[in-house]
Design a protein around this ligand. Sequence first.
Ligand SMILES: [Zn+2]
Length: 338
Amino acid sequence: MPLCPMRQILDEARKGGYGVGAYNVNNMEQIQAILQAASETQSPVIIQASRGALEYTNLVYLKHLMMAAVEDNPGLPVALHLDHGPNLKTCQEAIGLGFTSVMIDGSIDYDAKTPDGKHPARSFEDNIRVTKEVVDYAHARGVSVEGELGTLGGIEEDTHTDKVLLTEPDEVEEFVKRTGVDALALAIGTSHGAYKFKHEPVLALELISECRQRAPDTAFVMHGSSSVPKELVDEVNKYGGKLPGAMGVPMSSIQEAVKRGIQKINVDTDGRLVVTAAIRKVFALKPGEFDPRKYLGPARDALAQLIAAKMRDFGTAGHAKDYSSKTLEDMKTFYAKK
Ligand SMILES: [Zn+2]
């Protein structure tokens, strides 16, 4: 079975009232862990790669690892998505590699820099312009597109501004109509990275309900949705790590967000933490170990367990067989009729 269009996975999630995790990958073990979790819990899944991941894997390796994952797990709906695409060129590159979905992060101008070395925020009109360009290119090839309105805080590859601007529900309707995006990342107060908050966060959950009314057919996305569980941070620190005061989004807030209309939940940090904890544990308890399989293997198992738990908590579990994947050709016809 080929990779599934992300649009279909999110449409089904919206109909079924559940969330689907989008998990970031950079290597074989992460891809295997995610697919193992999806297979175990019978979940549709979105695997995503950032621009950094594309560079790290030299593009073609990631493509073939994904092909292997799909071949190894027939019958599971799996979408491959570009996370935070900075411009049309990178989106085109990902589509050329076979990605079934791309994000164009039009809220930030990645090709420009302010005097303090940060990337400036784009105006609403400018965001619409760059997003629409990507939508036209992608939809002509059956590929789904995620856009972003407002800005997210955090440390994801130094690309975001520090200032967090929440999404304006008034702008959502116009943005969706004029760009035709399949999915939209809402800024509701979440933030990238492990040091999101000093206290338990107060998310603007009511914003999701307001946006849902203005754009009933668009999937909504929550970035920076790792929970940064205390026991995981403690485990990293117990075996020599130094992550003081890391804190994330509680699962109960994510579940409430899903009820109000979020379909795609981006998770990266928690996966990084669990892999680091597992590897540190092996190094601390077995200092004589030097076979990479003996620490990457346990890291892979721990990641699979973490993701399987998220698939149950997000409500994704058990939905893999609800539908069979459409092809990009099917999607081309779908978009041509719109
Ligand atoms: Zn993000």
